[in-house]
Design a protein around this ligand. Structure first.
Ligand code: RET
Length: 297
């Protein structure tokens, strides 16, 4: 009989055993129940990102110049990606339980949900993944504002994406603590390249372009100060030395996001709406063939 051929650990009788707490509905519900303090750090950003998108589209509605519009589109893309990113976390799609390796301060940690205990800690790995989509728009906006050439723009963005993806690898590696920190080191090396472009290359361009004093320096300082906060939070937070809880780590990232994304985008758009000379270009800017003026639809 078929039944006899089944290995001992398999049975045709429906199992009543509960799946480990990995499923999206479980974790999504957790953020609204036992994990509400953690969930609030996510839902706050969904509300802020949504509100920012509406406010920024309204602010930018009068911009007509094609080059200023391009910078505005890149700027508004930042809260758009943020909304998607936090929706990924809230829906449970981009979070999971992770068992940290021996030697990590949270190795062997458990999570109790509705009276049941599970191995591992919550990892909001979707944050690191979606930074690879949001931060390039911040750099695109800043680079265009500075008047960067394509080489510097591509350099900054390529190393920025590499920084985010190696940061993701650092967060989800479970084979050993050392590999987590090795990924962290690789990510930091990529960060240095981005910092070089931000600190040295683009201020030179911005000076020539005429955006240095009115806006570039303010945005550069805001960007550099907030961006340094991210590796710091990684190191002291749940992924690194575990000095901060999962909830505090998430709140720290969420608050950094408020400054690095919404405040940044607001300041830049406020400058752009007047369409000052340093950011505008001829009407055929962006045309794929010379002499052809793109329609203004
Ligand atoms: C990680 C950990 C590994 C080392 C370094 C990091 C840097 C992250 C940064 C993130 C910036 C994110 C922003 C998001 C806005 O949407 C990945 C934390 C260097 C700088 C601005």
């Amino acid at each position: 009989m078929l039944l006899c051929a089944l290995p001992a650990h398999m049975s045709l009788v429906a199992s009543t055993a509960r799946l480990p707490l990995q499923s999206a509905p479980d974790l999504s519900r957790y953020l609204l129940t036992d994990g509400l303090a953690l969930g609030a750090s996510v839902y706050l950003n969904i509300a802020l990102a949504g509100g920012s998108i509406l406010a920024f589209v309204f602010m930018a509605r009068t911009i007509a110049d094609p080059r200023a519009t391009l910078i505005a589109v890149a700027t508004i893309a930042v809260p758009v990606v943020s909304l998607l990113s936090y929706t990924g976390l809230a829906s449970g799609l981009t979070i999971g339980l992770i068992e940290l390796p021996a030697g990590h301060p949270l190795s062997g940690a458990t999570l109790t949900v509705a009276g049941e205990t599970y191995d591992g800690v919550i990892s909001m790995w979707g944050r690191y993944l979606t930074w690879a989509f949001s931060t390039p728009f911040i750099l695109l906006a800043l680079g265009l504002l500075a008047g960067s050439n394509l080489t510097k723009l591509v350099t900054a963005i390529v190393f920025d994406v590499a920084m985010c993806l190696t940061g993701l690898a650092a967060a989800v590696t479970t084979s050993s603590v050392w590999f987590r920190w090795w990924w962290f080191l690789l990510s930091s090396a990529c960060f240095l390249v981005v910092l070089y472009v931000l600190f040295v290359a683009w201020p030179r361009d911005a000076k020539r372009t005429g955006t240095l004093e009115p806006i570039f320096n303010t945005l550069k300082t805001l960007t550099v100060v907030t961006w340094f906060g991210y590796p710091l939070v990684w190191a002291v937070g749940v992924e690194g030395f575990g000095l901060l809880s999962v909830t505090l780590t998430s709140w720290a990232y969420s608050l950094l996001d408020v400054a690095a994304k919404y405040v940044f985008a607001y300041l830049l758009l406020r400058y752009l709406v007047a369409e000052p000379d340093p950011v505008t270009a001829a009407a055929d800017y962006g045309a794929s063939l010379p002499g052809i003026t793109p329609s203004d639809d």
